[in-house]
Design a protein around this ligand. Structure first.
Ligand code: ZN
Length: 253
């Protein structure tokens, strides 16, 4: 770790306990739901992989559903690239399992009426399909909508390309875009100046919704369990989900 890649996702990363002691994170202002959706339109969550919609904004989705407000999930890939070389999780199995894991998680979170668009862009190659993604998003977005995508500097190439495409699509269509950090919590230090603290806001998530988010994450068996066929650890181990199971979610406006 002497000369790390600027935003490297390896090891266990910064632990949730360290984030709880972060003065910078504690100082992020809590805002009402309407601040995130200023146009009064729908929320479109743009998830690079199945599970990002729960990790990044499972609380936001539940709060909207509780108010009966419209939301759309845009699943960019089916997440088939998560287990290279695995005989337990070959691509064909992941292609069915990971979208099914999302559906189970959404049922657990009780977000009925969430419209889902699957784009089928290849996992691991979103940057190579960035223009296509932007155009697909532009065809789905209406003025007044809010797009919530992964942060453009999240550290995972798919997450960053998704963030860029969503921001461009929102700009083109007169919509708002906000960003959700997912892997940023892993590589960043608790006082990291690379996090855009000045445009960060917190959304308070009620305890029962945090518990449903926790139960929803457990639905992603392909991600939360180690792979005996390759000997690799879980892609989203408890230390990773713990960072995102707080009584708040953070968004960058
Ligand atoms: Zn992801």
């Amino acid at each position: 770790m002497s000369t790390p890649f600027p935003r490297q996702i390896e090891g266990t990363g910064t632990l949730a306990a360290a984030w709880r002691r972060s003065p910078q994170l504690s100082a992020v202002p809590t805002v009402p739901l309407d601040r995130l959706l200023p146009g009064g339109g729908r929320l479109l969550v743009i998830a690079p992989h199945p599970d990002d919609e729960v990790l990044g904004c499972g609380g936001l989705l539940q709060l909207l559903a509780a108010q009966g407000r419209a939301a759309v999930l845009v699943a960019v890939t089916d997440g088939t690239g998560s287990h290279p070389g695995s005989t337990l999780w070959p691509e064909q199995r992941l292609a069915e399992a990971r979208p099914a894991e999302t559906m189970a998680a959404l049922r657990v979170m009780d977000v009925p009426g969430l419209a889902i668009h699957r784009l089928g862009i290849p996992d691991g190659a979103i940057a190579a399909h960035e223009q296509q993604l932007q155009h697909r998003l532009e065809s789905l977005v209406q003025p007044g909508d809010t797009l919530c995508a992964t942060w453009q500097l999240d550290g995972h190439p798919d997450h960053e390309a998704t963030g860029r495409a969503a921001a461009a699509a929102a700009l083109a269509r007169g919509a708002t875009s906000i960003e959700m950090p997912v892997w940023g919590w892993h590589w960043a230090a608790p006082d990291d100046p690379r996090l855009p603290w000045q445009r960060a806001v917190r959304l308070a998530i009620p305890p029962q919704m945090v518990e449903r988010k926790r139960a929803a994450l457990a639905c992603f068996a392909s991600q939360v369990e180690p792979d005996a066929s390759t000997g690799k650890a879980a892609i989203v181990p408890p230390s990773a989900s713990a960072r995102l199971l707080n009584d708040f979610e953070v968004f960058f406006l």
